[in-house]
Design a protein around this ligand. Structure first.
Ligand SMILES: Nc1ncnc2c1ncn2[C@@H]1O[C@H](COP(=O)(O)OP(=O)(O)OP(=O)(O)O)[C@@H](O)[C@H]1O
Length: 469
């Protein structure tokens, strides 16, 4: 709500002066969005869409603003800013940028509330759709050995956002509940702190929004929007690997939010140390708070998840079938859910009971599909490192210790032999080496296999392990 007509008139005069002294793009970007709010006691208060916007004005245009105000309104006039992003967060700052107070009452939003995380419309909204999936909550997240620690820290963060673990970095293989858990955190925070601006976004969507904003000249809006978030949840951060500009932009958003006491929650399919193609300064920040792993569920947890899903779906499935599925499907929870869905579909389609025989046929088919899943370089790194009992992170360091060099060479050799990945990509993923190093490693290992029986047996043992994946 604009509180004072005089403010509009005075600000319009200032704008006319400013317009003559900056280029049209800067005027449109940095001055048109400003809203005059009130003029009282020789102080003009203007509304700006975000803290970032204020910082930018202070850094780049404070001289021009001061001149315009003194010239058009009079010497000694104070300029006060009000951040319009959140009704609970109205700070005012004088033109020297020193005095802060809670002087302004809450105001109505300047723009209409948006319902999607569209950064181009979003800077000054209050009702932000957090894009959380309400079906993913703590109540239906089943606890087990493999996720107990992550679940506990997730609950702690939800109770006290930005007070405990910031950022919270959750990692683990596909389908083990990362997305579920981070949605649960967001949902709990919204229940406990409804005024907080929580946003869930996939790394992929973030990247698309960023690219779009650059293409359509709305980059500042994009940045401003993300800098207004109180709890930013980004899923599958590994997608930023190799995309430098997106990483760079995210780096600045991360810093701004972290410095301003906002919570960041990130997930990835691998630990920070295994994130190739990611800038070091980001990797360091990912480790600032807490890094927690979600492992593949053990058999007990698989049974409990199955029982829970079956109950929720209103099905009755014999305990022997539950045990059979839990013991034979051990990749991810998503896979377990897929089996239950197939059982249900088959029993409806063929009008038959869900029994062990049906379960066995469905599981066999699903497990066969898993067998033909191609090996990845990451699978090979994992197997080779565990065979030699070396921490996977060491092969990405620069160390030239003989035993580490050998592990690296074996991993490169097997990656070349068992995947379609190019030598240069393999090099990047294993110790950030070039393709010539990979080819050299392959030759060394191959030569040794030909003359050293014990070494040959060792390699065959690792290869057998790879086939069991
Ligand atoms: N502990 C759990 N209790 C109940 N459901 C679970 C649990 N873990 C995972 N699930 C369910 O398994 C499915 C897959 O989980 P989710 O999408 O969270 O995995 P993810 O780790 O994010 O996988 P991806 O990395 O592939 O995105 C979801 O339907 C989720 O609700």
């Amino acid at each position: 709500m604009i509180e004072n007509n005089q403010a509009i008139v005075l600000w319009q005069r200032c704008l006319n002066f400013i317009k003559d002294n900056v280029n049209p793009t800067a005027f449109k970007t940095w001055f048109e969005p400003i809203v005059p709010l009130k003029y009282e006691d020789k102080a003009l208060t203007i509304g700006v869409p975000s803290p970032f916007f204020y910082e930018y004005l202070e850094e780049k245009y404070v001289g021009l603003l001061r001149t315009a105000i003194y010239k058009e309104i009079g010497e000694g006039t104070e300029l006060m800013y009000s951040i319009l992003t959140d009704k609970t967060n109205h700070i005012t700052i004088n033109i020297e940028g020193t005095k802060r107070s809670q002087a302004l009452p809450a105001q109505a939003p300047i723009h209409n509330g948006n319902k999607a995380p569209n950064p181009l419309q979003a800077p000054a909204v209050q009702d932000l759709d957090p894009h959380l999936n309400p079906n993913y909550n703590f109540e239906n997240f089943i606890k087990g050995n493999s996720n107990e620690f992550s679940r506990t820290v997730a609950e702690t963060v939800a109770q006290n956002p930005a007070r405990t673990f910031n950022p919270l970095f959750l990692y683990g293989p596909s389908g083990v509940g990362k997305t579920h858990l981070i949605n649960a955190i967001g949902t709990r925070i919204k229940e406990l702190y409804p005024e907080k601006r929580v946003l869930y976004v996939s790394a992929h969507l973030f990247q698309v929004q960023y690219t779009d904003s650059v293409r359509t000249n709305h980059f500042n809006d994009f940045i401003s929007f993300y800098q207004t978030i109180d709890v930013l949840i980004i899923d599958d951060i590994q997608e930023f690997a190799g995309v430098t500009k997106t990483q760079n932009t995210f780096f600045h958003i991360f810093n701004h939010l972290h410095q301003n006491g906002k919570q960041l929650i990130l997930t990835s399919d691998r630990a920070p140390v295994m994130l190739q193609g990611m800038e070091d300064r980001l990797l360091t920040r990912f480790k600032w708070g807490l890094v927690a792993e979600l492992e593949k569920p053990d058999v007990e947890l698989r049974k409990n998840i199955l029982r829970n899903k079956i109950r929720r779906d209103g099905l009755t499935i014999p305990e022997s079938v539950i045990c059979y599925i839990a013991e034979n499907v051990n990749e991810s929870v998503r896979e377990l859910e897929g089996i239950v869905n197939s059982l249900l579909a088959q029993s409806i389609l063929f009008k038959r009971e869900i029994d062990l025989d049906l379960a066995q046929r469905i599981v066999r088919k699903a497990v066969r599909c898993a067998e033909v899943k191609p090996l990845s370089v990451e699978d090979i790194i994992e197997k080779v490192c565990s065979h030699y009992n070396v921490d996977a992170s060491t092969i990405h360091t620069k160390t030239r210790k003989r035993e580490v060099v050998q592990v690296r060479q074996v991993a490169m050799y097997l990656a070349k032999k068992h995947t379609d990945t190019s030598s240069s990509k393999i090099g990047k993923l294993i110790g950030n080496k070039d393709h010539a190093t990979v080819l050299h490693a392959c030759k060394i290992v191959k030569d040794q296999v030909e003359v050293d029986k014990a070494f040959k047996a060792e390699i065959e043992k690792i290869e057998a392990g790879l086939r069991q994946k």
